[in-house]
Design a binder for this molecule. Structure first.
Ligand code: PLP
Length: 374
């Protein structure tokens, strides 16, 4: 499977008898997360858009304070303290906030709450492939609408279409492209179903406040905005995502969620993280600076780089076989992401690491450019 380096095993599902499986699970291809190699000193891991900087020390402190004897008790099922902190920081009503075990869980709940058998949902292509996986698990039909040649979303084509849900990652993955707020507004106004704006990467944009759809939830009853603590808050391992929407939509998700979907430590850690905005913004700014520098250097080596407003770059090279480059990098302990899929099979998605890591990556790429040609 793509995402697994050569010789490191394949998806184990294919050998099963599947005798008792439901048809949705039986017939689908499983989601393949980016490969998680053993962490060692000389490893440069730029394949899953993790933050190269640590979470706020206040997060670690809050988790320490919550552990121990307190673990005997169930956590708050409505994440009261965390929810309060999020609604304060993002200036919205408490009841417009939802929290999940990663934004992946929130996405899963969106399918559970807002689709019925026979419904059909809309994705743009390319985008975050988990959307498709979740549709297949739910047995929900989906259509992909191609992005334009430059990977920007073709709003003229998706406007006024009749689907139950439309998913727009903004900035998009794996391209890093961002769409202006005015396009999102027009689209949501024209669309009968729910519009899910996945803002997993918005903190890495040049203007999170200018691009976010967050303020639209008051005027549009069909918008859900998704955020995560994984990327900008450096907390992939903690699994906390959150969402904003009007109270009506949030109430449905409150009914469908697991009673205790966020554990005690995650609630405490996430609360401390959201209250330390300076820490998050400072790291995001460092990553933005490194992204800009890396982009310039890649371009000077002949790469074509999609303009990114995320913590990764999506790049191709007219003279290189990108799959070969991907494998060469693995041999050098550098992991980036490669997708063997239509339109993007000659691109690498490179997560932004520290300046030092990017320096090593660029050095290797220079060497590869000079030594292997298609
Ligand atoms: C990483 C990512 C997520 C998932 O975030 P988690 O909160 O870690 O589940 C959601 N959407 C997109 C587009 C992502 O890239």
């Amino acid at each position: 499977m793509e995402g697994y380096p050569p010789g490191k095993g394949t998806c184990p599902i294919v050998e099963m008898s599947k005798k008792y499986w439901n048809n949705n699970i039986k017939n689908m291809m499983p989601y393949v997360p980016g490969f998680q190699p053993e962490l060692k000193d000389n490893l440069i891991k730029l394949n899953t858009n993790e933050n190269p900087y640590p979470p706020s020390p206040k997060v670690i402190e809050a988790i320490k304070v919550s552990t121990g004897d307190l673990l005997r008790f169930y956590p708050k099922s409505d994440w009261e303290d965390l929810r309060n902190a999020i609604s304060e920081v993002y200036s919205c009503n408490l009841k417009q906030v939802f929290c999940g075990n990663g934004s992946d869980e929130v996405l899963s709940l969106i399918f559970r709450c807002f689709t019925n058998f026979g419904d059909s949902v809309l994705f743009t292509y390319p985008t975050y492939s988990l959307y498709e996986t979740l549709a297949e698990i739910s047995g929900i039909d989906y259509s992909y609408v191609e992005t334009k040649d430059d990977f920007s979303i073709d709003f003229d084509v998706i406007k006024n279409t009749d689907y139950k849900l439309a998913f727009i990652a903004n900035p998009n993955a794996p391209t890093g492209r961002i769409e202006p707020l005015s396009f999102i507004k027009d689209f949501a106004a024209s669309f009968k179903g729910l519009v899910i704006i996945d803002e997993a990467y918005i903190d890495f944009s040049d203007s999170p406040d200018g691009f976010t759809s967050l303020n639209l939830i008051n005027d549009y009853s069909n918008i859900i905005v998704l955020r995560t603590f994984s990327k900008s808050y450096s907390l992939c391992g903690m699994r906390v995502g959150y969402a904003f929407a009007n109270e009506d939509l949030i109430s449905a998700m409150m009914i469908a969620k697991d009673s205790y979907n966020l554990d005690l430590l995650a609630q405490a850690g996430a609360k401390a993280a959201v209250l330390d905005q300076d820490w998050m913004k400072n790291n995001a700014q460092k990553i933005i600076n490194t992204r800009k520098e890396t982009q310039q250097k890649l371009i000077s080596m002949g790469f074509e780089v999609i303009p990114s407003q995320a913590n990764f770059l999506f790049a191709t090279h007219p003279d290189l076989n990108i799959k070969t480059v991907y494998n060469e990098l693995i041999k050098n302990n550098i992991y980036v992401r490669y997708f063997n899929k239509p339109r993007i099979a000659n691109y690498l998605r490179i997560s932004i690491g520290t300046d030092n890591q990017m320096g090593i990556l660029l050095g290797k790429l220079k060497y590869i450019c000079d030594s292997i040609v298609r």
